[in-house]
Design a binder for this molecule. Structure first.
Ligand code: BES
Ligand code: MN
Ligand code: MN
Length: 458
């Protein structure tokens, strides 16, 4: 039987797959840092070449910044088409000091592969290439048609992908989409993610006097932009953890009773969660559990503050400007644009006298919520059972994957979010890792997904 040949191929090529993944991970394709532009180009070429070697028609599509990789195999007429999305770009590895092994030298410890991009998203994305390879090399064909769209600007929220998807609806047309760029609920508990948060990201600039001043000579008489910024930021959230922007919650879809019951049934210990992070207490919006806050309630966080003097020793400066980066994680049905307008109105209202303020929008993506009762979901449940030896749980997550909204908007397709990572994989942080056992389980689940989708009635 074809599937048995595929499974045998996977068993036989485990070491080879790991070696290939390490080669991909050694390329420091940091999309945010222009110094690494030749590396993002190399990573894109690596992915394109591998897809071509597997037997797909593959090409690089240059954009204003990092290239897209597109590949297809359309040899199953009458069968459904699956679009696989992934990203070959990675977050900057800094700070380097806490890494136990160099970020771009993949190193195995305790069955985990440690490196930047191991789980986000090179390791997870690669599982779908290897799944397709097993079918094509072991049987000469795939049970369904497949298209791969692998981008290099996910971590910088690039605009090139949106333009490409909008302009190539016919080329990208599909019945199902799959992304592996999320996590399992816990080790041994694979999951399908049916909800992701959206994102509205801003920079705020506060300007005071036309130059830095002596805080003794001018202090108390001239506004301090850092103080003003602190006033504005402090106005965003109340002691009850609620965001205090007028109208902010208007579009928020309340958690449904069945969902709250499901979340409460998950084997999640708030005490262990707190102990792992060594925080004195957990905080958040009143009236919600930690999982509800993490998965299904909007949040607001400051990511960076700049201004004034922070070098050694005191400096009694009254700075002339200050700034912050901050974002709101959104939930259905909040619109990033509307949130931006509400935020701007709030800032206008809470800006103290004596300074001028500018708000710059840096990123926006809507939240995602898909039905857990669809042919694609049923196929994915069976595929994960085959790959991981146990049925997946259904979860939501707090991260954002902007392409999911684009696929829904332009291709009218819901995405299957089949994450092979773990919550403690240190995505974006030092010592990022990916379990090699999960890598191989993910490949097997991906291979079975192709068969299971072919088995679903159209
Ligand atoms: N893979 C993550 C998304 C993710 C993280 C999903 C955690 C589920 C749990 C993705 O690469 C990412 O980092 N997304 C960014 C958004 C983007 C617009 C920069 C994020 O969530 O911050
Ligand atoms: Mn990712
Ligand atoms: Mn990421």
């Amino acid at each position: 039987m074809a599937l048995e040949q595929v499974d045998a191929y996977l068993e036989k090529h485990r070491d080879h797959f790991e070696a290939q993944l390490k080669d991909l991970i050694r390329i420091p394709s940091v999309s945010a840092q222009p110094d690494h532009d030749p590396d993002t180009q190399r990573a894109a070429t690596f992915v394109r070449d591998d897809l071509a070697a597997i037997g797909l028609k593959a090409e690089l599509i240059s954009t204003q910044r990092h290239p897209l990789v597109y590949a297809e195999w359309l040899g199953a007429p009458g069968q459904p088409t699956l679009l696989v999305y992934g990203h070959y770009d990675v977050q900057p590895p800094e700070p380097l000091e806490p890494w136990l092994s160099p970020p771009f030298e993949p190193t195995i410890r305790d069955g985990n592969l440690y490196a930047r991009g191991a789980t986000d998203d090179k390791g997870q994305m690669f599982t779908h290439l290897k799944a397709a390879q097993a079918w094509l090399k072991a049987t000469g064909s795939l049970p369904v048609n497949v298209k791969f769209l692998i981008e290099g600007e996910e971590e910088i929220g690039g605009v090139n992908l949106e333009a490409y998807v909008a302009e190539h609806r016919d080329r990208l047309a599909c019945d199902y989409a799959v992304i592996s760029d999320t996590s399992q609920f816990a080790p041994g508990m694979p999951a399908i993610t049916y909800g992701l948060k959206g994102l509205a990201y801003f920079e705020i600039h506060v300007q005071g006097a036309n130059r830095d001043l002596h805080s003794g000579t001018y202090g108390g008489a001239v506004a301090n932009p850092l103080n003003a910024l602190a006033t504005i930021l402090a106005s965003l959230k109340g002691a009850d953890g609620k965001i205090r922007i007028e109208g902010f919650y208007d579009a928020v879809k309340p958690l449904e009773d069945w969902e709250r019951a499901e979340f409460a049934r998950m084997p999640f210990s708030e005490a262990e969660f707190q102990a792992d992070l060594a925080v004195p207490s957990l905080v958040g919006e009143e009236g919600y559990t930690t999982l509800e806050r993490k998965w299904a309630r909007p949040t607001c966080d400051v990511h960076g503050l700049f201004g004034g003097y922070s070098g050694p020793g005191p400096k009694t400066v009254l700075p002339c400007k200050a700034g912050a980066k901050l974002s709101f994680r959104l939930v259905p049905d909040q619109d990033p644009k509307t949130v931006g307008e509400l935020f701007r109105a709030h800032v206008r209202k809470f800006t103290p006298p004596g300074v001028s303020v500018e708000v710059i929008t840096q990123q926006g993506a809507p939240a995602v919520l898909v039905s857990v009762d669809s042919p694609g979901f049923r196929a994915a449940v069976r595929a994960i059972e085959a790959g991981f030896g146990t049925k997946p749980v259904f979860i939501r997550e707090g991260g954002s994957i902007p392409v999911v909204g684009l696929l829904k908007q332009h291709l009218k397709v819901d995405t299957l979010l089949l994450g092979w990572g773990q919550n403690d994989d240190n995505m974006h942080g030092p010592n990022e890792k990916f379990s090699l056992a999960d890598f191989h389980r993910g490949i097997k689940a991906g291979a079975h997904l192709l068969e299971e989708l072919a088995n679903e009635p159209a």
